[in-house]
Write a protein that binds this ligand. Sequence first.
Ligand code: ZN
Length: 191
Amino acid sequence: MCLDFVNTLDDRFTDHPKELLASYRDLARFAEDAGVLSHQPVDHLCAQSEKSPQPAQRALKSAIQMREAMSEVFYALAREKPVPKSALAVLNHYVQQAAQHARLVPADGHFEWQFDPAQDNLESPLWPIVRSAAELLASDQLQYVRACASPTCEWLFLDESKNHRRRWCDMTKCGNRAKVQNFYKRQRNPT
Ligand SMILES: [Zn+2]
């Protein structure tokens, strides 16, 4: 989920990146689509963002700053480069902020993490997103974070395939497109 969040700056490495989080509403809807906030609090947050546009704008700015820090960290890892300390510091700032809104609640004989009610705080969509990043960074799944091999895509994804040799974020889109391009290249330059 945190990798999908990084992908909300589409065409990131081109001259014309597409910002998919253009408004606070986009941020809240992302959290709903990702399944981390439910419909009702998201509706409430969207209404709230219209009533208080400045705090909403600040929350959106924070979300984008957090996303860019996550992007630097995960692309560095995917490309086996050192993780920039400044990006990790920004990410840790948001990890700590989210932790201030987290608590343990009993659930079916064990305990689970729960955040403060989402509708009360415009920054609430950030908390589960940054926790997802923190959990991935602290897990043994981290080695399977990849950047899509298609030069026109480069989306981040988690390679959960059996042999961990997946190269494209989506085989039906990026993978086939790359294969078709290779095919045409071979046709044009027969060796
Ligand atoms: Zn791709």
